[in-house]
Design a protein around this ligand. Sequence first.
Ligand code: BV8
Length: 269
Amino acid sequence: MSPTQPSDPAALGAVRRLILEAERPVVLTGAGVSAESGVPTFRDAQTGLWERYSPEQLATAEAFAADPSLVWSWYLWRARMVRAVEPNAGHRALAAWQARTPALRIVTQNVDDLHERAGADVLSHLHGSLFAFRCAECDTPADVDPSAVVALAESAAPGSEAGLEALMHLEPPLCAACRRGRVRPDIVWFGELLPERAWGDAQAALEECDLCVVVGTSGVVQPAASLPFLALGAGAPVVEVNPDRTALSDAMTHVLRGPAGTVLPALLG
Ligand code: BV8
């Protein structure tokens, strides 16, 4: 499929028409849709406390088993960081589209809650949520307030080197139900299966859609990156919104090269 030229001004018009005509649109988002809110993408280098760690290294059950407090602290820090930022114009444009086209379904790889905080409903969080927790042994859900935990640790030794070190080694609590397992983020780590319901709902949505818009994903992580091809296989046009070329770009029907916070409002305004 030869995509229209990224800079082709007519591409925006063509995609606007597809959006107006679509009766069963699906949007698939990745970390890039949250980038303009200040949430680093997975490709961005980590900064500050975590700069010496790679997400792929920390986002595994092996890393949690090897150093539970390091991985636990990383997730609490990320959750608190998401709480400190706001949805951006891209999130708001998608929520407005869904308000006027309730059939729009949003499938996200993101573990933040910025789509919801912009007022949108999300069909599937393919990789879980920074704000859900469960026992690593018995799967019992656990109630954790990330911001409160981090604030307490910070107040214990504000700003000092020891305080920062302590912030990276907060202990995950024991499960209140089984008293055996440690509480972990309810997030899909590399090497783990996606939640059955979230994955099944996403597959069905992409197989049934008449338009798929892929926003802010490098198209590297599987099986999420296979979803746009279900739409293509079903004969639906697929549009990529991304400032950079990705593993998906050559297969796209249309490519809109630009940041979500600019392109989506222009598309949906
Ligand atoms: C699985 C939660 C079956 C964690 C995430 C060996 C053993 C086992 C599996 C594998 C293996 N080798 C490969 C695999 C498969 C593996 C995989 O795909 N690995 C990759 C690295 C090759 N997948 C898995 O393990 C999956 N499970 O396969 O289970 C299985 C089980 C056992 C054994 C065999 C098979 C589970 C994958 C889920 C991992 N968890 N998230 C956490 O967040 O901490 S994935 C994580 O990375 C994110 O959630 C996200 O999905 C992904 C990053 O992708 P993107 O969202 O695309 O973000 P990225 O940074 O890559 O790109 C950002 C994009 O935004 C860029 O294109 C950029 O240009 C763009 N952008 C930037 N600014 C903007 C913008 N776009 C628009 N506007 C802007 N302003």
